[in-house]
Write a protein that binds this ligand. Sequence first.
Ligand code: DX5
Ligand code: ZN
Length: 220
Amino acid sequence: MRLAPSILAADFTNLAQAFKLIENARCEYVHFDVMDGHFVPNLTFGPPLISLARNLTKIPFDVHLMVSNPGDYIDLLSELGVEIISFHIETIKAAPRLMHRIQEHGMLASVALNPQTPLTEIEDILPLLDNVLLMTVDPGFAGQKLIQTMFHKIEKLHTYREDRELMFTIEVDGGVCEENLESLRQLGVDMVVAGKGFFQAKDPVLFAARVHGSRRRFHA
Ligand code: DX5
Ligand code: ZN
């Protein structure tokens, strides 16, 4: 699986060091949790911090918009060189138009689903999507425990993709840790987000290697 550490769980007094760690661990993306205090009960950061981060690392950016008006941020994020944008299906009635706008800017379009939002909400637009971000915790905070009943949802989405030969990737976000990595891999997850699981691991580089499935490097 690919790994996108969530910068929300990093030490904000030393972001340069956090990016260095992410690079050393050979992570494929950095995950940015943008929260507006409206769609979710928490406020984090926005484009200014992402812009600052862009000057600190070349790793591709995976931006998770937990905001009520995701459309307001697309142009700005595109100018900042973001690679993936996830917006929440709960916030919007015209998802295909927004997805198209994201893709027109050369970015990957991803839809995020809260744990309580059923897959039927996105079934008809799946062929248009590059990525689906399944939340495995209620959005708003890092460091929560993965909701176990989400395993069934991941499995369903994976089966749906295989049956219809669709191309979107599956990203899982919330409570990912050592203990559930193997189950997520077996369920066909392509990418995991990890905040606490990465930044508070005894050895984040080893945690990343476990996500990547390259344990051999450490047994040699
Ligand atoms: C939750 C965020 C997650 C969170 C992940 O609202 O979307 O990306 O930062 O943090 P952990 O891995 O600690 O649950
Ligand atoms: Zn997130």
